[in-house]
Design a protein around this ligand. Sequence first.
Ligand code: NAD
Ligand code: UDP
Length: 316
Amino acid sequence: MKRILVTGGAGFIGSHLCKRLLDEGNEVISLDNYFTGQKRNIVSLMDNPYFEVVRHDVTSPYFVEVDQIYNLACPASPIHYQYNPIKTVKTSVMGAINMLGLAKRVRAKILQASTSEVYGDPQVHPQTEGYWGHVNPIGLRSCYDEGKRVSETLFMNYHHQNNVKIKIIRIFNTYGPNMHPHDGRVVSNFIMQALRGQDITIYGDGLQTRSFQYVDDLVEGMLKMMATGDDFIGPVNTGNPDEFTILELAEKVIDMTGSKSKIIYQPLPSDDPMQRKPDISLAKEKLNWEPKIPLEQGLVKTIDYFEKLIREDKDI
Ligand code: NAD
Ligand code: UDP
């Protein structure tokens, strides 16, 4: 049994990760300030005596004896990370410093949830880990993109300067149950709109692409990355290489929900990446991992989740 700290443990991905780590027989501490996370996501875990819940902000130091740290605390939806951009930078940068300091002190292994956004609006397709990216340092998305890039820098520096055992994964668009219904990200938006018969809002012409990974596949990749030997630190892409246009996603969601919703077109937000698809050769080689759940299969589970949520609380 290991004692494991998950920052952002009440969030979408964090809640799935906590459950999986508990299921594998570990002791888990979820640390969260509930900015975008929800108690609802972890309430079913609270009966487990090996699960602890801490309300804390990663921008302040936190001390606990643990063997491993998964650092996920950071809003991930563009609407939420742009709501208070200064705080987003602080969460990424000060959060990384505080968690790396803790890892150094207690000699814990620490994994950083980085992002495909470090590639910005990429000019290389698909994106390999060797690509340095195309990021606007002063644009609307920069608080998130540059914050995450500095986090990667800090992880590498703590590793080389202080021998901290680090792992960096670059997560591509992930979806599934426990996403916040008003999260603003495309999968949750389209499903909520379709289920309520509201217009489906496509930003731009809908020809921009994304590659959607189901959350269970990601969590499997995270555990495999944490289990690699000390000589492999990443960064490594974790995503599903099946690429879709946003228009294709909208049509799929309408079809699968049997919705009468119409598609409407709204302006494209600035710096919105035109294309995104991971090259996962490195993950296949080093982690013996690749995603197994195709988009339609993952969408069925996600639609079921949101249908249940709406049934339980019509005002949601
Ligand atoms: P989320 O918003 O659902 O979860 C983030 C969690 O962090 C929330 O519970 C939130 O309350 C918490 N948090 C935010 N700021 C905090 C702070 N200062 N102190 C303590 N807790 C704080 O998002 P998610 O999709 O679960 O993303 C989790 C991580 O994975 C993030 O770091 C995100 O950047 C990364 N990521 C996610 C995706 C994706 O597609 N979901 C893609 C790339 C990277
Ligand atoms: N998007 C959209 N309608 C929405 C929400 C998002 O067309 O209601 C688009 C958005 O402009 C982007 C893509 O879908 O091109 C993915 O957006 P999301 O916010 O999910 O993630 P990210 O842009 O960070 O990949």
